[in-house]
Design a protein around this ligand. Sequence first.
Ligand SMILES: Cc1ncc(C[n+]2csc(CCOP(=O)(O)OP(=O)(O)O)c2C)c(N)n1
Ligand SMILES: [Mg+2]
Length: 586
Amino acid sequence: MTTAADPAARNRPEGRMNGGRALAEMLRLSGAGPMFGMGGFQLLPFYDALSRLGLRHFLINDERCGAFAADAYARVTNRPGICDGTLGPGATNLVTGLVESLNGGIPVVAIAGDTNRAHSWKNMTQECRQAEILKPAVKELIRVEQTSRIPELTRRAFAIATSGRPGPVLLDVPEDVCHGSHDFTAEDFAIDPTTLSIPARRIRPDRADIERAARLIAGAKRPLLLVGGGIHLSQGYAALQALAEAQSIPVAHTMSGKGGIPCTHPLNVGLFGRYARIANELIEASDCLIVVGCKLGEIATKRYALPPRHIPIIHLEIVAEEIGRCFTPEVALWGDARAGLEDLAETLADNAARHRSDRADYVAEIPRRMAAWEEEASPRLNSRDRPVHMARLCRELNRALPADAILVADGGFAGHWTGLLYDTKKSGRHFIPDRGFASIGYGLPGGIGAAMAAPGTPVVALTGDGGFNMMLGELETARRAGLGLTIVVVNNAASGYVKALQHAMMGGRYQSADLSEMDYAAIARAMGVGSIRVEDPEQLGPALTQGMAERDRPTVLDVIVTRDPGQMLPAVDNRTLEIKQGDRVA
Ligand SMILES: Cc1ncc(C[n+]2csc(CCOP(=O)(O)OP(=O)(O)O)c2C)c(N)n1
Ligand SMILES: [Mg+2]
């Protein structure tokens, strides 16, 4: 690697240093942002070097939260998030967060301390087969066997994390490798700047496949774009909007794909899959589906009931193995989303005006259908109910959050309701749900990561009370970090999703579905952070505004929402549901 390719080359260290310092130097030269972790003996030299080098590292209260925070940081910045855990329980606590990044395609470099190899397998304290436990949770696990190889393997970790479909890479660092020393040369610390952010490299789909896909689109009367999280990973926003507008092709999105084009764009038909406004009807009536950066998994397809098998699918996807996994496409486009969309637009450009005029009636359906949906949903969206209706909360979020705000949504109802009803006003990552693994508990630590990634931008984290209970300790982290983060706790005194399903499917026999009535505002106050209890829907707007105005400490909004399990499912009144044995209704 030439010096010219690496703008940081002049700042390279050299000489004798321990492994921990070498690791910290590589992270410094790679432009790593804030890191999240909890120390232990194995990585102490690394922590010491972070302190000497003035790098930002935040003690978290559970390593899983560090992995979640690193994941959200990466989603906002497109640069690998960094987290660490110490030997054994620290490392295994990372698993859930790393799987989120693995399934979501999010670049993360995680560091785990491991045993001193002079004593491994002699019942050392905290010892377990951690590499075997963590291996399937990451895109690659790199075991570092020599202090001298730390720079090389850190460089490798960034390259793997940011290339192809991005993902988490674990550097497993034995204690003696971290504490051991080596004489390094400046050249050892070379950085490849092309691998420091995603997408590291782009690959274009095959030309002949693009032409076949373009012919299919050209002949379609009702084409529809179905967009997943890959649109963010590729930053294909402009290309998506350009193709949609030039060819009059409406855009539906998954929860992860929200923000491919603004939700307020006239061609955006909203969420598709388990919950939808009008998108599912449009899928049923389509004659050509263009699936972009989307795995067509369970939620996107209503358990594989959508799309109907007779509709031809064009599947544009960076991971070859994902193509054909759930649905057999008519045309497979293997490559980067932005590159593929650009190529389709270019191939179709000559006849764009004719296609637009042919599809004028088709796109004119969108505002009519949306208006009908809005009218039907209006009583919920404008509900004055106390406790607050979830739909009303979503509408107030739409009103209060400015265009550049980031909404992080937790794995329970928080993600599903806002996936359906929250409108991003700009393209980009303004809505962050943890749909890789759908764990509850992501909201608060995800909010921490997003707030650190976008200082000055309003960040609101929406979480269920169950998810918040899991993560309460991280309120201390957010306070210590002085983050102006607004945390909205959807307080339904229940493991709501479970309770709603038991209501619908088990005849209202509830088992382990209720939580205590808690006063989260009082808890927040006791923890020294801002707090507002909201029982009246009219207070939601002012409370959100007040929370977002607080710039250097977190604010918890304890929002008391419906306790009626018949009203908990998004857009479904489950008192009217008909259930067949074995159905998954929601
Ligand atoms: C770690 C984890 N455990 C269990 C689940 C299954 N689950 C999905 S939603 C849900 C209810 C969560 O309750 P809460 O956070 O209060 O959100 P609510 O649905 O009540 O809004 C559960 C248990 C999960 N997604 N993640
Ligand atoms: Mg709940």
